[in-house]
Design a protein around this ligand. Structure first.
Ligand code: PHE
Length: 349
């Protein structure tokens, strides 16, 4: 018997360790690793024993050399066996040409587009206030898109420069330039009181640039009831801005002009990117444009058969792409419409 620390008993121990390592093997990479650990040229344990031979006395060198050679044959044969049984196992589990041992194909989950995310949040704010979500057609008549909304005949927005019209053969139709026609359609069909929110795509004959797209998404709001005042409009929109951009958000109302509201206003909110300090997103002003709004013009009530002495209302309309861009610090809205997955992936939740 050799003392336990002798090189030959070290070889016996190595063989035992090898067997217990081999028992845990489940794939080809693990076999390669096992080979490297014991027989590898650089870090193989048995290789190290061979390298140590030259330091031994001739007699011991012979004994250890023999044992090491036997061990090398044994390990080599065992590794071949392991490889063989692994190949066998994988061909056993190959069912009619399908290799069930292959890793599965990735099944990527889609994410919500940043415009849809922003719109969903806006809808939540107004639904919580009791608004009902309504939609309307994207192809409209001149009446709903302009006339009933009190646009004067010579209003520049009616110009073919801005409006995309369908070919004459389809009749006198156009692609709606805003979601406001749904105000008229809804009022025609219902009696007040009403509070509606109208998200939808709109179209304008614009050349795409960093802030314009020929198709974009708007969201319209309309409330009609008794005793509705400008204070209701201001309170509602201030609440909305705070819910959307955070409680520290302020709003400011600037006079504006829309044919279908009187008075009309443009509303700005504290820039959510810099909290009003002034930054790239708000071009240093600390404010971002949020929406257009106003008190419903009595001419609209007349056009839909509501009594303008009895009912008052307010309306507002906003561009969802602009709001999404501001929230995410995106400086070119075309990115929102290009649908490049490398861009959109950043917003997947
Ligand atoms: N329709 C207007 C626009 O497209 C926005 C708006 C809606 C303004 C409702 C006032 C009231 O610019």
């Amino acid at each position: 018997m050799q003392p336990p620390s002798s090189p030959t008993s070290a070889i016996e121990q190595l063989l035992e360790r090898f067997e217990s390592d081999a028992a845990a093997i489940s794939n080809a990479a693990a076999i390669d690793e096992l080979h490297a650990r014991y027989l590898g040229r650089k870090r193989g344990e048995l290789t190290a024993i061979f390298q140590g031979l030259r330091e031994l006395e001739p007699e011991a060198r012979k004994a250890v050399g023999n044992a090491a050679n036997l061990a090398r044959q044994r390990l080599g044969a065992r590794i071949d066996e392991l490889r063989e049984s692994l190949t066998q196992a994988s061909s056993d589990s190959r069912v009619e040409g399908i290799d069930v041992t292959l890793p599965g194909l990735p099944d990527p989950l889609g994410g919500q587009h940043p415009i849809s995310q922003t719109l969903a949040e806006i809808e939540d704010v107004f639904v919580a206030l009791g608004y009902e979500i309504v939609d309307g057609p994207e192809v409209e008549t001149d009446w709903y898109n302009f006339e009933a909304l009190n646009f004067p005949a010579d209003h520049p927005a009616r110009d073919d420069q801005d409006t995309l019209r369908l070919h004459r053969s389809y009749g006198d139709l156009l692609l709606r330039t805003h979601t406001s026609p749904v105000q008229i359609r809804t009022m025609e069909q219902r009696e007040p009181p009403l509070a509606i929110l109208v998200p939808g795509r709109v179209f304008r004959r614009d050349t795409p640039d960093a802030t314009h797209s020929p198709m974009f998404v708007q969201c319209e709001g309309l409330v009609v009831d008794v005793d509705i005042t400008l204070a209701d409009l201001k309170g509602t929109l201030d609440h909305f801005a705070k819910r959307l951009f955070g409680p520290a958000t302020d709003t400011r109302f600037r006079p504006g002009y829309f044919p279908f509201t009187e008075p009309s206003a443009e509303v700005d909110a504290t820039c959510p990117a810099c909290k009003g300090e002034g930054c790239r997103v708000c071009r240093g002003s600390g404010w971002v444009e949020l929406l257009g709004c106003g008190m419903v013009h009595p001419a609209l009530f007349e056009n839909v058969g509501y009594d303008p002495d009895r009912w008052q209302g307010f309306a507002f309309g906003m561009g969802i792409d602009r709001i999404a861009a501001v929230r995410h610090g995106i400086d070119d809205i075309r990115l929102l419409y290009d649908n490049d997955l490398r861009f959109l992936k950043q917003f997947a939740t």
